[in-house]
Ligand binder design. Structure first.
Ligand code: MG
Length: 329
């Protein structure tokens, strides 16, 4: 408890763990707030709290996830992520060695994404008042002039592209939960996507929508965009990139990969004429090798999302009605 009291042990924790890995000129200002340089463009801001269980999983951990999640949400506005903040709520008795592993992972991910952790906070709560560790990150990015990207911009005829297989994160987490340990090497797709996005924006001025299909998966995200834009969507089941393990585990558990969370995927909606060059740019990125055009935006008054099945049928993909998997991010 003394690590969160603000006294000497708190200062030791900050020095020995947080400053050790996060050290930079902004964080080291050491004042109540950090003063950052002027930037010229519009600002994009986002915040997210991470409560995932388990905190260490195949393909990542809560620290990596907390940086990727926020960097990606900033990038989805077409913005260049610049700074992030990190707030920790830690349960009394949480191992310092695990905290260090998480902080190190955040520092590595921030470096990979090219963002700077500029301020932070630590609180410790009594045993039982939290489950191990929770992290909140807020991100700030800069939006270039003239860029206008968002769910309402999709137009009939636009192509829908995804940068790889769906459901990896949700299924990887589920398979590693206590009491549910399946034999699988499946990894979460958790990754920062800002470089892939900037490559996409480099080759096309006709990108309408960028969105990461996190909680609720591809199905939920497409429905959100359909409602925002007042259009419908048609996607093809055959074209959907899916891993065999994800298909298999979903079948065994009665789940649908279309609704499973992703943490390293982006849906790019772009004009038809630019779709091939955007696809090529995405495929060149390490996080987009399996990119695929999966469907298109259509005019539909009811804003329905359809899935074309292999046998020539069409089914409606609804927003999920019941409860989704808890603590997946
Ligand atoms: Mg998002």
């Amino acid at each position: 408890m003394s690590h969160g009291s603000g006294g000497k042990t708190t200062h030791d924790l900050i020095k020995n763990i947080f400053y050790k890995y996060f050290k930079n000129i902004y964080l080291m200002q050491g004042n109540d707030s950090t003063v950052l340089p002027k930037i010229s463009g519009r600002l994009a801001v986002t915040t997210d709290s991470f409560v995932i269980n388990p905190i260490f999983f195949n393909g990542g951990d809560i620290g990596k996830l907390s940086v990727c999640g926020t960097v990606n949400d900033i990038a989805m506005s077409g913005a260049r992520p610049l700074y992030i903040t990190a707030g920790f709520i830690i349960e009394e008795g949480f191992k310092i060695s695990n905290l260090e592993r998480i902080v190190k992972s955040m520092a590595q991910t921030a470096e990979e994404a090219g963002v700077i952790i500029v301020t932070g906070d630590t609180k410790v709560v009594e045993r039982g008042a939290a489950d191990g560790i929770y992290i909140n990150t807020t991100g700030v990015g800069e939006v270039k002039d003239g860029l206008s990207i968002g769910g309402a911009m999709a137009k009939p005829g636009d192509k829908i592209i995804i940068n790889g297989s769906i459901g990896d994160h949700g299924v990887a987490i589920l398979s590693q939960r206590n009491g549910m340990e399946f034999e699988t090497d499946l990894q979460s797709d958790c990754a920062p996507l800002n470089k892939l996005i900037s490559d996409v924006l480099e080759v096309s001025e006709n990108v309408r929508v960028l969105r990461d299909p996190t909680r609720g998966g591809l199905a939920t995200t497409l429905n959100e965009i359909a409602a925002q834009s007042g259009c419908g969507m048609v996607i093809s089941h055959e074209k959907l990139p899916q891993k065999q393990e994800v298909k298999g585990l979903c079948e065994a558990l009665g789940l649908d990969p279309l609704y499973m969370a992703n943490e390293g995927k982006v849906i790019v909606i772009v004009s038809e004429e630019d779709s091939q060059k955007v696809l090529e740019a995405m495929k060149k990125s390490p996080n987009g090798v399996d990119s695929q055009i999966i469907g298109e935006v259509v005019s539909d008054e009811r804003n329905v999302v359809y899935l074309e099945t292999g046998i020539g049928g069409k089914r409606i993909i609804n927003v999920p009605a019941g409860e989704l998997l808890p603590r997946i991010c």
